[in-house]
Ligand binder design. Sequence first.
Ligand code: FMN
Length: 184
Amino acid sequence: MKDTIRSIMDRRSTRGFYDKALTQDELTILQDCALASPTAMNMQSWHFSFVTDTEKIAKVENRVVEKIMGSDDEAFKSRMKERNYSVFYGAPLVIFISSDAESKWSAVDAGIAVENLAIAAHSMGLGSVIIGMCASAFDDDCGKELGTELGFPSTHKFQIAIAIGTPTVSKESHPIGDNKITLI
Ligand SMILES: Cc1cc2nc3c(=O)[nH]c(=O)nc-3n(C[C@H](O)[C@H](O)[C@H](O)COP(=O)(O)O)c2cc1C
C-alpha cells in the first residue's frame, strides 16, 4: 500500500501521551502541513495556535472541565467523567484552529486542516486526537479573552483543536456503520 493510504487507514485517536516535547523539526513539519491545507477560494480562513506551554494547555483544560461540570448537559458530564476529567490527555502539543467567523467555508477549511495534521502526525510516528470538547472554553466573553491569549485573530472564532504527542496507548480502528456508502 502507498504510504499516504497506509497512514489514512492506520491512524487512530490517541488518548494518552508521554511527557515528551516535540522536536523543532517535528513542529516545523506540522506547521508546514497545516499551511499546505486547501481552503475554499484559497481564502486561508484559518489561524493555527501551536501551544506547547503546558500551563496554557492546563488553563484551557480547567476551564472546559469547569464549564461542562457546571452545565446541565448530563451526556457531556458523564463523558467527561469517563475520560477522567482529561480533555487533552497530557499531550505536549495542542493546536487550536480558529477561523474567520464571516467566511462561509471556515468550518470546512478548519476540518480539512485538522485531518491534514492528524495524518501528518501519524506518518511521523506521533499520535493525535481531534478535540471538539474544548469549544465550551471559548464560547463566552472570558472565552474570547482566552482566544486572544492563544493568538486567535480578533475576527476569528474557535473551530477545532488537535492534541499531538508520543502515544502511551493504542486502540483498534473504529467500527464502521452500515449504509455509509451508496454506489450508483
Ligand atoms: C470533529 C471531531 C471532534 C472530536 N472531539 C473529540 C473530543 O473532544 N475528545 C476526544 O477524546 N475525541 C474526540 N474526537 C475523536 C473521535 O471520538 C474519534 O475520531 C472517533 O471515535 C473515531 O475513532 P478513531 O479516530 O480512532 O478512528 C473528535 C473527532 C472529531 C472528528
